[in-house]
Design a binder for this molecule. Structure first.
Ligand code: AP5
Ligand code: MG
Length: 193
């Protein structure tokens, strides 16, 4: 089993590269952002609660995220592995994920950190906002999301560095160039496990 955390600020390419990774390595994609947007689209109570945070650029409460992620993760029996996209986002989420995976005997193998300048990730989201229909893809909220990333999510770099699992990927190239760097790192991990 191969468990990858794809880590990075908003707009660094986590969703884009997850798609590439799942088609090459047949992993199950778990994006907490996508899960929340699906709840919103289906008009559920969870969706309404999540929307009240997402539209402000704030993190959805951990309890909501855990429950939804748990449902999805446990519905895939015999998955060859997971790619976690946009999760964990707080130290608390990382600790809970570690406990959950350790119990199963398949810990996080690697954390791929997509390193992109703030200006570039902002520009990428602004460009996407022309057709994305995401309420949080507007100038003020993008800056809020980036600020929340710095305050609450970036400390995880240190958390995973201490576990020796962090690999930095230069995310500034084209989608193909970044994917090539990612593939090289994943291939190295596969040889080891
Ligand atoms: P989430 O959905 O996770 O959004 P995000 O982290 O803000 O990031 P994005 O999805 O906008 O960017 P991305 O890194 O996936 O980049 P993408 O590939 O799309 O979270 C949204 C909200 O949900 C959060 O704010 C929070 O409220 C809530 N939430 C989610 N998870 C949570 C959690 N665990 N806990 C609490 N709350 C949570 O690329 C962006 C654009 O750039 C695209 O148009 C793409 O085509 C383009 N692009 C990608 N790569 C390149 C490249 N190399 N060159 C040029 N363009 C590129
Ligand atoms: Mg995304």
């Amino acid at each position: 089993m191969l468990n990858i955390v794809l880590f990075g600020a908003p707009g660094t390419g986590k969703g884009t590269q997850s798609e590439n990774i799942i088609s090459k390595y047949q992993l199950v994609h778990l994006s907490t952002g996508d899960i929340m947007r699906d709840e919103i689209k289906r008009g559920t109570q969870i969706g309404a609660l999540a929307k009240s945070y997402i539209d402000k650029g704030l993190l959805v409460p951990d309890s909501v995220i855990f429950k939804q992620l748990y449902f999805r993760a446990t519905s895939f029996n015999n998955a060859p592995g997971f790619i976690f996209d946009g999760f964990p986002r707080t130290i608390n989420q990382a600790v809970v994920l570690d406990k959950f995976l350790d119990k199963k005997g398949f810990p996080v193998d690697v954390v791929l950190y997509l390193d992109v300048t703030e200006k570039e990730s902002f520009n990428r989201i602004m460009y996407r906002s022309q057709h994305s229909n995401r309420a949080d893809d507007n100038e003020d909220i993008i800056w809020k999301r980036i600020a929340v990333y710095h305050e609450q999510t970036k400390p995880l770099l240190n958390y995973y560095q201490q576990q020796n699992k962090m690999i930095t990927i230069n995310g500034m190239g084209t989608i193909e160039e970044v994917f090539s760097l990612i593939s090289t790192e994943i291939d190295k991990i596969i040889v080891k496990i």
